[in-house]
Design a protein around this ligand. Structure first.
Ligand code: AP5
Ligand code: ZN
Length: 214
């Protein structure tokens, strides 16, 4: 099963990726998590992208395409994968096609901007695993601690309101055109395209996903 999760920052891609990974056994490929891990390691890649990410801008297509091309070749992707945060520009989607990376499903989460701004202020993350929480909508069992490891949760550097609004602007300009792009792909029979109402509760969205994926 090869899946793309599409949606604005904060639409719930990472949250539902966790559900799909746990229930369908496909690895999550989150370009955002990969880049944040590189920053934490202090690698050359991390040093290159830190300022861009903290400012809420997109990293260059070339860099991201190389990252994903290498990642999907790994053994754990043989039976499928879940792309979270990629592609997010038309050139990235074109590069997938050029490299023969097909997908079965494109799943879009639709959430209005104002709801997203509210959500991001309460987001807490376990950076090492990519697990995502919300202080009100999806709280951890123990405040400020990851459910699995008990380690401290943190706030992402790009979750400041002004940066969230900038990321939303970039989403509408550069990523939202992929909705029409993958709509056409679906009409051509290349993949299925399904939109979910991402304003529903986390469990309600997961339930609809399970109905679709079987
Ligand atoms: P990335 O990490 O991909 O961030 P993003 O796309 O902005 O998405 P988010 O992770 O912010 O949101 P999400 O949809 O995963 O929401 P979540 O589930 O966490 O990218 C970060 C940066 O990396 C980019 O800005 C860019 O610089 C760079 N980058 C990455 N990929 C790139 C690419 N392909 N090209 C170029 N640059 C790239 O949920 C958010 C919050 O809401 C959480 O608190 C959660 O608990 C809560 N929540 C989730 N679902 C619900 C619900 N149904 N009801 C209530 N609350 C909910
Ligand atoms: Zn995410």
């Amino acid at each position: 099963m090869r899946i793309i999760l599409l949606g604005a920052p904060g639409a719930g891609k990472g949250t539902q990726a966790q559900f799909i990974m746990e229930n369908y056994g496909v690895p999550q490929i989150s370009t955002g998590d990969m880049l944040r891990a590189a920053i934490k390691e202090g690698s050359e890649l991390g040093q290159k992208v830190k300022a861009v990410m903290d400012g809420g801008q997109l990293v260059s297509d070339e860099l991201i395409i190389e990252l994903v091309k290498d990642r999907v070749k790994k053994e754990d992707c043989a039976k499928g994968f879940l792309l979270d945060g990629f592609p997010r520009t038309i050139p990235q989607a074109d590069a997938m096609k050029e490299n023969g990376i097909d997908v079965d499903f494109v799943l879009e989460f639709d959430v209005p901007d104002e709801e997203i701004v509210k959500r991001m202020s309460g987001r807490r993350v376990h950076a090492a695993s990519g697990r995502v929480y919300h202080t009100v909508y999806n709280p951890p069992k123990v405040e400020g601690k990851d459910n699995e490891t008990g380690e401290d949760l943190s706030i992402r550097a790009d979750d400041v309101e002004a940066t969230v609004r900038k990321r939303l602007g970039i989403y509408h300009d550069q990523t939202a055109p992929l909705i029409a792009y993958y709509g056409k792909e679906a009409e051509a029979g290349n993949s299925k395209y399904v939109t979910f109402d991402g304003t529903q509760a986390v469990d309600a969205v997961s339930k609809q996903l399970a109905e679709l994926l079987g």
